[in-house]
Design a protein around this ligand. Structure first.
Ligand SMILES: [Zn+2]
Length: 307
């Protein structure tokens, strides 16, 4: 009887192993232009949105801005690779001019996925750490290395002139270690990339040099430096204002303080995340990303204190 039970258990275990399969990635969504929403801010300036990560069927990557100049079109970010044809088709409904410049706010594939779709003469611009990060991506290896940014900057760079001038700033580590803030001074528009993606805890990509500890001071520098802005284009949300960015700076500072004091009192990262509630103070904020952010900040602080 005992032997039978052991055998039965082994068979059941074997069946369990056979039935178990690694979780499958759902097939990629191939985007179409009709799913891309466009917001017209000026005759020569548009935002291609459909940037909310959920639902997945309409998630095309980060917000893309389109500046139409005498010389050609400047794009800031280029969405997910699977939305390349959709992006090309949508641009045709906005302008017949060729894309001549691409600015990448940071390295992630939902912001750089179609840098290679506009030909080899396009000037691609990014913060210098972002170029280093992009060079590590499979999407920019081999032949595709020609689509790495050729023009880089450390702290500040202006491109174009007059009403078409674009100012790029780097304020420090946050989402990654190469997040550019892009300002269109004549239009009073700021595009933040994912340093300000949504009203929820930030994603901190430590593998690409992101820092939850430096996040609040990086945003504080941005808030102090950028005054003449009416419209803020976040990474993955509808259009906002400078007030929203200022509030987000305070949110990241409060989040960091809450994590620091939880860690000091000996709480685990999970317990800390469960005990932190910022949504009473920050109306309209979600807490879907708090757990991950708290874990990332714990990991960062643990790594620093073991050094
Ligand atoms: Zn990102």
């Amino acid at each position: 009887m005992k032997r039978f039970l052991v055998l039965a258990a082994l068979i059941a275990f074997g069946a369990g192993v056979a039935a178990y399969q690694a979780p499958q990635q759902p097939p990629p969504v191939i985007g179409t232009a009709d799913k891309l929403e466009v917001v017209k801010l000026k005759d020569n300036f548009f935002v291609i949105t459909s940037s909310n990560p959920t639902p997945r069927e309409t998630f095309s990557g980060g917000n893309v801005t389109v500046l139409i100049t005498d010389a050609g079109v400047t794009l800031v970010d280029t969405k997910l690779a699977n939305w390349g044809q959709a992006l090309l088709d949508k641009l045709k409904t906005i302008t017949t001019k060729p894309v001549t410049t691409i600015i990448n706010t940071h390295t992630h594939g939902d912001h750089t996925g179609n840098d290679d779709k506009f030909g080899t003469s396009v000037e691609i611009v990014a913060q210098e750490n972002t170029k280093t990060n992009m060079a590590k991506m499979d999407a920019f290896k081999g032949d595709k290395a020609q689509f790495l940014p050729k023009r880089t900057f450390r702290d500040k760079l202006s491109i174009g002139s007059g009403n078409e001038r674009i100012d790029l700033y780097y304020f420090g580590a946050g989402h990654t270690n190469g997040d550019a803030f892009v300002v269109f001074p004549a239009l009073r528009v700021l595009q933040t990339g994912d340093l300000f993606a949504w009203k929820d805890a930030p994603r901190i990509d430590r593998a690409n040099g992101g820092s939850g500890v430096q996040y609040p001071q990086t945003l504080a520098k941005a808030v102090a430096a950028l005054k003449n802005v009416d419209t803020v284009v976040p990474g993955h949300s509808p259009l906002m204002t400078l007030k929203d960015l200022e509030e987000y700076q305070r949110y990241t500072a409060d989040l960091l303080v809450a994590v620091q004091s939880a860690r000091k009192s000996g709480k685990s990262a999970d317990d800390a995340a469960a005990s932190i509630n910022l949504t009473d103070k920050y109306k309209g904020y979600k807490s879907e990303r708090v757990k991950q952010a708290v874990q990332d900040i714990y990991d960062e602080m643990n790594a620093a204190s073991s050094r």
